[in-house]
Design a protein around this ligand. Structure first.
Ligand code: HEM
Length: 267
């Protein structure tokens, strides 16, 4: 169940949070979205390596995800595949959500496979093989304030129970795929209120029982900002979050040049 917008934009100053709710992995991965699935197939056809990548150690994790997918989502068992071919491609063309697979490694977690056709301005292939702390290093303040809590939470995850959370951002484009290589428009002045979209990443985290791999799924909601602003409570929560974002985080989120004008516009 997607996080209600009122919980995403509470009347509170911005802070990093885990805010987890129990979720259902099978439901998250099996809920249909024909338009998103059709679009992801186009991107994979156009430039697979940009969106899908895996380490040499990912084979067993992808094998287990393929079995899990056949049991819980369907549509992959009949795929004609050479025995040596990775499941990454077939999974990417079958599953609606973007997904990543991580393993526990020492005190941390390493990303072994990514199939992300709709990234929010980051490069999926460049992250594969990295430790989660290194991946989050580019998010100013995240590791310091929440890194240990994220690690504890992931370390306690067990098969059978999954958790959902959400992140939000703003974009100057309603496109799902904001891979940096595509040069999508960035938010800029003068503000065009009808050319700003709120981009919500609904995320789920669960564990595959045999390999113990952490499965991270992402689905997108893209909503015109004007829809959010039309609801007084959401408008108030959104304005407060925007006004209280630390400067470095606002810059990371691509808001540095527009934040002040946007906050003023919402007064
Ligand atoms: C479980 C708790 C987690 C929390 C609270 C969390 C939080 C965040 C936050 C706040 C951001 C910045 C997004 C924004 O403000 O626009 C972020 C970015 C990101 N996170 Fe996480 N995250 C979590 C787990 C994960 C996991 C398991 C992965 C898997 C690899 C992951 C991969 C990423 C990536 C790739 C980015 C974008 C980095 C970039 O811009 O280069 N996160 N995360």
């Amino acid at each position: 169940m997607p996080l209600p917008l009122a919980e995403l934009f509470p009347d509170e100053d911005y802070r990093f949070h885990l805010t987890l709710r129990k979720g259902d992995l099978a439901e998250f991965f099996a809920s249909p979205d024909p338009a998103a699935l059709a679009e992801r197939r186009v991107w994979l056809e156009r430039d697979f390596a940009r969106y899908g990548a895996a380490t040499p150690a990912a084979g067993a994790l992808l094998d287990e995800l393929a079995t899990w997918t056949e049991q819980n989502v369907g549509g992959i068992g009949a795929i004609d595949r050479a025995p040596t071919e990775s499941w990454l491609g077939p999974l990417g063309r079958t599953l609606v959500p973007d997904f990543m697979l991580l393993t526990r490694e020492g005190a941390g977690f390493r990303l072994h496979a990514a199939m992300v056709c709709f990234p929010s301005s980051w490069e999926p292939a460049a992250k594969v093989g990295l430790d989660l702390d290194a991946i989050h290093q580019v998010v100013p303040g995240l590791n310091v304030s929440l890194g240990a809590t994220i690690g504890q939470f992931l370390g306690k995850l067990r098969p059978g129970v999954a958790y959902e959370r959400a992140n939000w951002g703003l974009a100057a484009s309603p496109e799902r795929n904001l891979h940096p290589a595509l040069g999508r428009p960035r938010l800029a002045l003068p503000l065009a209120m009808d050319r700003i979209w709120v981009r919500i990443e609904d995320q789920i985290l669960g564990v595959l029982p045999a390999t113990g791999a952490i499965l991270f799924g992402i689905r997108l909601r893209i909503i015109p900002l004007t829809d959010i602003l039309a609801e007084p409570k959401l408008r108030c929560g959104f304005r407060r979050a925007l006004a209280t974002l630390p400067d470095e985080l606002a810059a990371y989120k691509g808001l540095a040049t527009v934040r002040e004008a946007l906050v003023a516009r919402l007064a």
